[in-house]
Design a protein around this ligand. Structure first.
Ligand SMILES: Nc1nc2c(c(=O)[nH]1)N[C@H]1C(S)=C(S)[C@@H](COP(=O)(O)O)O[C@H]1N2
Ligand SMILES: [Mo]
Length: 505
């Protein structure tokens, strides 16, 4: 006998349910790191359209960092919980990959088996019929069983909407938040209303998904459950096995919830190991999906002076007296005696470049959107010198030079496990070093860099999130491996937030 609900349909449903739990819970972790949503792309405090924090933000720039705005979430609620946005993002990536695979299998089989006819309406009558069903539900009634073949008009509209509209919108807005995509296809991000448009729509999509899941699961249990539950569990119409199906369905939901919460505690039990495992899984996917996207200097045309933000969030405040008296002395002297320490052991050469020396090199200027991995953005015109041009001053790349290490006068804002704060640093891969839009910036919007934004010199790597972009630069040098620096993960924020080395997702 051909079951009404074949095994593939039931399996993809269950997987989808489990994966959506992972996606929603890791998404909440990401939201907790910046619990505010905007339509404006400068994320000016006070202009949020919705927020999940009572904290009032100062409107003055440079006194408050986005890290200070992070909220602690319970591992019962988010994945993994307790301010682990880096791990939350890894989980989101793993969840997305598996959810996409499941979705592809589901859609392909839906069409291959002809079952698409059950959920995609082929007659305009569906709208009238759906209104009729809705009227019955709103009167707390239940449409009679003949309406369900196996779905009624309202179900068809809802399922088609979720599978063919809502899910694609979630995928498309998710893609729009990747800095690799933004630097390659800036127009695409702009089409969604910018990063914040995409982020807000993604959030609204999540809410709609949740509303759908709750109503969907709820109605399965309320509307003709003696048909639905045996269908769902055994694949056949067999009201006599209702009790058994009911028990299995409830047990599955309880097990799923336990599984979701278990993942949080498993991740928190050994965060470094969790990060390793998650990165191993996601890195090949990231390489295939985003690795080929080389940033293009096309954005000058996409972003214009009109896009330049009125407000610019800060992450990391200028060095204080206990961080760097050296930087403070340079600041008080307008950076006249400040020098960039260039080169080191590998190049066997060391140069000390003043701001004048840097300004004498070919200048690059472009308008770009900065995104912090926590979620805020700001658009500025950055001016400076290409990193590769500066490195050329050292001569040809040393043979075993695989990365460029950039260090700061400032300390890390916080360390993994609250150890004493170390100097902020980042390692750049050869790819990033070679990009046209990887620059040492000494100007923003045509003026010398502001103190809180990294004066006198900061890194810009437009294909990445902000955490790669060291402010208050002290030194730049070739290194062979980043494993010997900090916790060995390639940067301060990678060490602290357990991000992957490459921040392009
Ligand atoms: N020295 C130093 N550089 C840093 C940071 C920091 O804390 N210290 N924060 C990073 C992060 S997480 C981001 S998002 C950007 C923020 O840049 P902005 O303050 O200019 O907006 O700087 C990056 N560079
Ligand atoms: Mo950031």
């Amino acid at each position: 006998m051909d079951p009404d609900f074949p095994l593939w349909l039931r399996t993809t449903h269950l997987l989808n349910f489990l994966l959506m739990g992972i996606l929603v819970r890791s998404g909440w972790e990401i939201i907790a790191s910046l619990p505010r949503f905007w339509w404006r792309n400068d994320c000016k405090p006070g202009t949020e359209w919705v927020k999940f924090t009572r904290r009032k933000l100062p409107t003055q720039e440079g006194v408050y960092t986005s890290l200070m705005d992070e909220r602690t979430a319970s591992p019962l609620l988010t994945l993994p919980g307790r301010k682990n946005v880096g791990l939350g993002r890894h989980w989101h990536a793993v969840g997305t990959t598996l959810w996409l695979l499941t979705g592809i299998v589901y859609v392909v089989l839906l069409f291959a088996t002809g079952l698409w006819r059950r959920i995609i309406p082929t007659s305009w009558d569906v709208f009238g019929d759906a209104m009729e069903s809705l009227r019955i539900y709103l009167g707390f009634g239940i449409p009679s069983i003949e309406h369900f073949q196996p779905y009624d008009a309202l179900q068809m509209l809802a399922y088609t909407g979720v599978v063919f509209i809502l899910a694609p919108v979630m995928i498309l807005t998710g893609i729009a938040m990747s800095p690799a995509v933004r630097s390659r296809f800036p127009w695409y991000v702009k089409a969604w209303g910018g990063h914040q448009g995409a982020r807000s729509i993604h959030f609204i999509g999540m809410v709609l998904m949740l509303v759908f899941v709750v109503i969907h699961v709820g109605l399965v249990f309320l509307v003709h459950p003696e048909y639905n539950l045996p269908h769902m569990v055994f694949g056949v119409t067999d009201p006599s096995r209702y009790a058994q199906a009911f028990t299995i369905a409830i047990a599955t939901i309880v097990a799923a919830i336990a599984f979701w919460i278990g993942l949080s505690y498993l991740t928190l039990a050994d965060r470094v190991r969790a990060q390793k495992v998650l990165v191993t899984v996601t890195e090949p996917v990231r390489r295939v999906a985003l690795g080929w996207m080389k940033p293009r200097m096309g954005r000058q045309r996409t972003y214009t002076e009109e896009d330049i933000s009125e407000f610019h969030w800060t992450n990391g405040l200028p060095p204080t007296a206990d961080e760097s008296t050296e930087w403070l002395a340079h600041r008080d002297n307008d950076f006249r005696d400040w020098r960039l320490e260039l080169g080191g052991d590998l190049s066997g050469k060391k140069l000390y470049l003043s701001l004048e020396d840097l300004r004498a090199l070919p200048k690059t200027e472009y308008i770009a959107v900065h995104s912090c991995m926590q979620g805020w953005t700001a658009t500025s015109k950055w001016g400076g010198v290409r990193l590769r041009d500066v490195l050329d001053l050292l001569g040809p790349r040393p043979q075993d030079a695989n990365y460029v290490m950039v260090t700061s006068h400032g300390l890390a804002q916080e360390m993994f496990d609250h150890r004493p704060r170390e100097p902020f640093y980042t390692a750049l891969s050869l790819d990033m070093v070679e990009e046209d839009d990887t620059i040492l910036a000494y100007e923003r919007n045509g003026r010398p860099l502001e103190l809180h934004l990294g004066a006198p010199l900061r890194l810009r790597v437009e294909s990445n999130h902000g955490y790669k972009m060291v402010k208050w630069i002290r030194s730049v040098e070739w290194i062979s491996d980043y494993a010997d620096y900090g916790d060995g993960r390639g940067g301060t924020r990678e060490d602290a937030a357990l991000q992957a080395f490459n921040g392009r997702i």
